[in-house]
Design a protein around this ligand. Sequence first.
Ligand SMILES: [Ca+2]
Ligand SMILES: [Ca+2]
Length: 311
Amino acid sequence: MVVGRGKKLGLFFENVGRFFCRMANYPSFIAMSFFVLLLVSMTWQSCDFEEEPIPAFIRIDTMLVTTTASQGSASHKVSAVQVTAGAQSLGIFPLPVTIPALEFGTREIFVDGIVIESGISAIRELYPFYSRYTATGDLVAGEVLQVNPQITYNSTANFVLIENFDGGNSFVDDLDGDPGTRLEVSFDDVFEGSASGKISLNEAGSEAIVGTGLFYDLPTSGERVYLEINYKCNTNFTLGFRALQLANGTTADFNVLTLTPSEEWNKIYMSLNQRLSASNGDRFQIYIQMDKSNDVAISELLMDNIKLIHQ
Ligand SMILES: [Ca+2]
Ligand SMILES: [Ca+2]
């Protein structure tokens, strides 16, 4: 086999040699051969000299959020981070991630928490109420620097409502006209602490709209306002607010976001500032609305750690 292949190769090169000898009589062929050789040589050189530098790597597995007693639960849903190394912004990355960085030496590493606004996966946003994590690390080519960011709420966060249902219930205003439907404190399926809030509907056609007992003074000039909530439900429900105009005492209701069933406890960050600004209200009541679904015997919504926060 090997001898046979050698003979074939010899024959091939002999034929190629004869071909070039014959073609050498044609000047245009010589010129074209020279051009091809030049092109190959240039390509070879460009491949040789433009070698990519080896980056350093930053590894981030998860974000840790801590809170003080006045900030309520530390539960969070930071699903991505924005990372800066030294003066170089590296971008936004879903967690966990290993990020290549062309920064070397001792550098300050900045990590900001990104959340999915209002549960809409297309809108990833740097959460304005979380602090920035800062650390100093050595970035070495080809080596991985492990970063374990830890953040908390920052000083711009004003908490006007924190309801964890462990010592009461802020949602006591029955807005639907049916005294049989309400939000109750539940000790069964608890997310954190001793209790959660629960709306349960078992009669066809029934509805619950429960509002906070207070109307809150919230900024309406574009400052950031968010409602955070941990929830679990088998039926769609809607979060909204009732806007009160102090001059004439009139109110108007604004549905902001309808959430779909979630078998597991979920958390969302609902942005309110645009809707608040457009409402022309002076004081605002947060409400939760749910209709009995025909798809289930009992429509059930469990909630915990409802926080209303503004700048
Ligand atoms: Ca609780
Ligand atoms: Ca009711």
